[in-house]
Design a protein around this ligand. Structure first.
Ligand code: C2E
Ligand code: MG
Ligand code: MG
Length: 716
């Protein structure tokens, strides 16, 4: 809800600024108008004042001009021509005559009808004309001596007339002035009235505008701005995955209220799908138990509370893979579900059972500071899994190996990783010590764990550094003791630890995947050595005079090797070393090769197509030997030493031998150590075998005495 998304219109802030600008413009406009009105009133007032002034001046002017004119007229009339001042007197007269006429003309323009009377002006003018005529005739009449006393009388009469008229004009003018004065006062009052009105009007308008603006601003804040902020916050919360709760837009306008409703609905949907996702992310889909993630989170939380001790049980089912592979995945799933129910039934409410993945489960027990509590839980787990589980009508018992690690046992502070790793390692020890048991992680295991870590690191470069060797154990005819073939057994000459047997590293190589490279090396070296062993015997005669038979070679193969790559490796090795395919036997342990592993079955079939033989190793000790014999492409059965060494296992051995005969398979007995074991096997009809009684595995160079066709001595 920030700056993303298209904007379709101006923002609220912009709209707001525009509104304020308009309001200010309106106030300014009103002010300007008021100013103009005041200005108008002032100019009108000034005009009236000017008029009044002009009128007064005019009144004074006429009177003054007439006084001057009549005075200079009298002087001019009675100044005899030729006298010393004559010209000066006449100039003065002309001047005052002209002035009077100008003033009269001016008055004629100024005095409006009704204020002054033009007829008075006309009469003054015509009387003055008469006087003027008399004055201008005066010099001639002086010369003729006609100017007399009568003239004086006439002139005085005319003067009187003019004067009277002038008085009338003055009266009219002053009357006009009075009118103007009244007018002026009226206007002044009007102006004052207008001015008195304009200011409050402007103030009222501005206040009303401001009040309206404030009101609408508050309304806008409550109905639009605040709801938008609330929506923004809610959207932010939704975006942050916090869930919005109820979005409070009580006073919002209808559109925003609608938006809030929509948003609440989406928020709810998002929150519930978040919760669902969180559940899914923490739950194992098959069993409904918490998964590894949930377990780790719980463990981290427990370890963060220092007062509490925490114990972790790593529970790994024994031989689950065999059930899964031989009875099918549905059976495997069913088994896992039953196991989870049983585990769930024996833990307390404050303990946690989780499925870590595959056939691995974990239990977290709390509130313990010594391993005793965890051990009690482990015993309950072993007990509850000892009960057979019925799958498709068949009762199946899966045991489990349990590793226990308890926090705070070695003084330091345990982290989640450390605790999990220790429990895992203790489980591995439990498994390697015979399965269906538990082990508590002890400080001594730490050394072993480090060894294992070191070994897995070193193993990655063992092939490259040429540290692997093959030892060969002869496989002999139990009657003639002739050597029939050899089993190749790998050894690792570790630079620091000396010669290591497969038991020390094959399982690690299988878990890291290095077994693929190691296995390829073994196949190649075994084929190379077989070629040399074959060359050495071809054409020779054996001790009994018969021609020696070319030996065959058995090579062990791990489950992880089964696949297209192995087929290529074998084909290459056979071709490169010129080995006949039917002289190579690949031994697979029965727990590994299963009919339900289509990849394994397919590659075994492909190998047999090459002409290579397949042997089922350690037959009889595993889970589903018979079933596998039926499903897998196999040529040889190797009877496990467990039967050979057990006196009472005769009937079993006999059964396996006759089974082999019925199926057309060769049978080889493994691990013959004692003479009486050999005798018993012979009596039971076994034809081939291997064991320390005849020869221990040895490097090829030491095999010279035990070449194919040679007799071995049965004295170990
Ligand atoms: P395996 O295939 O069953 O090999 C027979 C094992 O029994 C060998 O152990 C051999 O030394 C031992 N053995 C032979 N005769 C006797 C006897 O009379 N008494 C007793 N007690 N044991 C006898 P080794 O060499 O330690 O190999 C152990 C296992 O390691 C093999 O069992 C095989 O499963 C695996 N292995 C050996 N080499 C390879 C290899 O190259 N690749 C793979 N994947 N596994 C291998
Ligand atoms: Mg073997
Ligand atoms: Mg074996």
């Amino acid at each position: 809800m920030t700056d993303s998304g298209p904007t379709t219109g101006p923002s609220l802030r912009r709209t707001w600024s525009v509104a304020v600008a308009i309001l200010m413009a309106a106030v300014l406009g009103l002010g300007v108008l008021a100013g103009a009105a005041v200005q108008y009133q002032r100019s009108a007032f000034e005009q009236t004042t000017n008029e009044f002034e002009a009128m007064s001046l005019l009144g004074i002017g006429i009177e003054d001009a007439i006084q001057n004119a009549t005075a200079s007229a009298l002087v001019a009339m009675f100044t005899p021509p030729g006298s010393a001042s004559f010209d000066e007197v006449w100039a003065t007269y002309e001047e005052s005559d002209a002035r009077l006429r100008t003033v009269l003309a001016l008055a004629g323009d100024r005095i409006e009808p009704g204020i002054g009377d033009e007829t008075f002006l006309d009469e003054v003018s015509s009387t003055w004309d008469e006087i003027d005529v008399l004055v201008r005739e005066a010099p001639d009449r002086w010369a003729d001596g006609e100017l007399g006393v009568d003239d004086v009388g006439l002139t005085s009469g005319l003067f009187g007339e003019v004067w009277t008229r002038v008085q009338a004009i003055r009266a009219a003018v002053s009357a006009g002035s009075e009118v103007s004065m009244t007018d002026l006062w009226q206007r002044a009052e009007e102006t004052a009235r207008v001015q008195r009105l304009i200011l409050p009007a402007v103030v009222a308008a501005v206040s009303a505008g401001l009040a309206a603006a404030l009101w609408s601003a508050r309304r806008m804040r409550r109905r639009v701005v605040e709801p938008i902020l609330a929506l923004q916050l809610a959207a932010h919360d939704i975006g942050a995955g916090r869930g919005a709760g109820r979005i409070d837009v009580q006073h919002a306008c209808a559109e925003l209220e609608e938006l809030a409703t929509t948003l609440s609905a989406s928020a709810q949907a998002i929150t519930s799908s978040h919760a669902q996702l969180r559940d899914q992310a923490h739950t194992d889909a098959l069993t409904g138990l918490p998964n590894r993630k949930a377990f780790i989170e719980d463990l981290a939380a427990r370890l963060a509370a220092p007062a509490e001790g925490v114990g972790v049980l790593f529970v790994d089912l024994d031989d689950f893979k065999i059930v899964n592979d031989s009875m099918g995945h549905a059976a495997g799933d069913h088994l896992l579900r039953v196991v989870s129910q049983r585990l769930g039934s024996i833990v307390r409410d404050d303990e946690l059972v989780a499925r870590l993945g595959g056939d691995e489960f974990a239990v977290r027990v709390g509130g313990i500071s010594a391993p005793a509590g965890a051990v009690a839980v482990a015993e309950r787990v072993l007990g509850v899994l000892a009960e057979p589980i019925v799958i498709e009508g068949v009762p199946v018992t899966v045991g489990c190996s349990i590793g226990i690690a308890v926090s705070g046992r070695f003084g330091g502070v345990d982290g989640v990783d450390e605790l999990m790793r220790n429990a895992d390692f203790a489980m591995y020890i439990a498994k390697s010590q015979g399965k269906n048991r538990f082990e508590v992680f002890a400080a001594s295991m730490h050394e072993e764990m480090l060894t294992r870590t070191d070994l897995s690191r070193d193993l990655a470069r063992a092939v490259e550094l040429d540290q692997l060797e093959l030892h060969y154990q002869p496989i002999v005819d139990l009657t003639s003791l002739d050597v029939l073939g050899f089993e190749a057994l790998v050894r690792w000459r570790h630079p620091a630890r000396g010669l290591l047997a497969p038991g020390a590293f094959i399982e690690i190589a299988e878990s890291t995947g290095d077994i693929v490279d190691i296995g390829a090396w073994v196949v190649d070296r075994a084929c190379a050595d077989l070629a040399e062993l074959t060359d050495a015997v071809v054409g020779e005669e054996g001790g009994d005079g018969a021609e020696r038979v070319a030996p065959w070679m058995s090579v062990n193969v791990s489950a992880r090797q089964l696949g297209d790559e192995l087929v290529d490796v074998v084909r290459d090795a056979l071709g490169r070393h010129g080995v006949e395919p039917d002289h190579l036997v690949l031994e697979i342990t029965e727990s590994v090769a299963t009919a339900n592993n289509p990849n394994a079955v397919a590659s075994l079939a492909a190998l047999r197509d090459l002409g290579v033989h397949v042997a089922l190793d350690d037959f009889g000790v595993g889970f589903s030997s018979l079933r596998q014999l039926q499903d897998l492409p196999v040529d040889v059965i190797k009877i496990d030493r467990a039967f050979v060494a057990t006196a009472g296992a005769g009937p079993m051995i006999e059964a396996i031998i006759s089974l082999g005969e019925r199926l057309g398979l060769d049978v080889i007995a493994e691990g013959i150590e004692e003479r009486d074991e050999l005798e018993r096997l012979r009596e039971l009809g076994a034809v081939a075998g291997q064991g320390y009684l005849f020869a221990r595995p040895a490097p090829r160079e030491e095999l010279e005495a035990a070449r194919s066709g040679d007799h071995v001595t049965a004295d170990g």
